[in-house]
Write a protein that binds this ligand. Structure first.
Ligand SMILES: Cc1cc2nc3c(=O)[nH]c(=O)nc-3n(C[C@H](O)[C@H](O)[C@H](O)COP(=O)(O)O)c2cc1C
Length: 163
């Protein structure tokens, strides 16, 4: 089996794990808003409050997140597929924020309205993770508004009716 086929099979096996979908937002060095769709979010620790996510080292937004002091992780609701698609678009451009409602929040980080929960983080550690970097954030503040989540499973969106 060649590497490409192995990656395809591995991606498909990873995709058997249903996840929520988050958008992670920050500001770049010049203050422009930056966002990326990510399903690698995980809760890590209660005391201190820590969360993690992984960013592809080849992502066009890599430097912005690797260098960010603050970022917010927002968990998308079942109606926010277009928001997920928008922040998953290739070749990042800050003007994409013109296509979505947002406001400025904790530490001037851009915030999305209507989400299930937000974790306002200060970057604590970056860890080597193969072709990704594992980013651990210290949760400085958070809020939650339980509702139906947007779910990612087997490479596609699912809507789960809960809460
Ligand atoms: C549901 C979903 C989950 C994703 N999760 C991650 C992730 O955890 N980490 C990551 O670096 N990229 C993730 N991506 C990919 C980025 O959102 C984005 O599509 C990619 O970085 C765009 O390519 P570019 O960097 O070439 O512009 C995810 C995309 C989707 C649709």
């Amino acid at each position: 089996m060649n590497t490409q086929e192995k990656h395809k099979r591995l991606r498909s096996a990873f995709g058997q794990f249903a996840t929520g979908i988050t958008v992670i937002t920050t500001r770049d060095g010049s203050g422009k808003p930056v966002g990326i769709t990510a399903n690698s979010f995980a809760s890590v620790s209660l005391e201190p409050a820590l969360v993690s996510w992984c960013i592809d080292k080849n992502a066009t937004r890599y430097a912005e997140f690797a260098e960010a002091e603050y970022f917010t992780i927002s968990i998308l609701n079942s109606e926010q597929r277009t928001v997920s698609d928008l922040f998953a678009m290739r070749s990042w451009d800050s003007s994409l924020f013109d296509e979505v409602e947002w406001f400025e929040g904790h530490n001037t980080v851009p915030q999305l309205p209507g989400v299930l929960a937000r974790f306002h983080c200060k970057t604590k550690n970056l860890y080597e993770g193969g072709d990704h970097t594992i980013i651990v954030g210290l949760v400085e503040d958070f809020d939650a508004d339980p509702q139906s989540p947007l779910v990612f499973f087997q490479g596609d969106y699912l809507t789960v009716h809960g809460k």
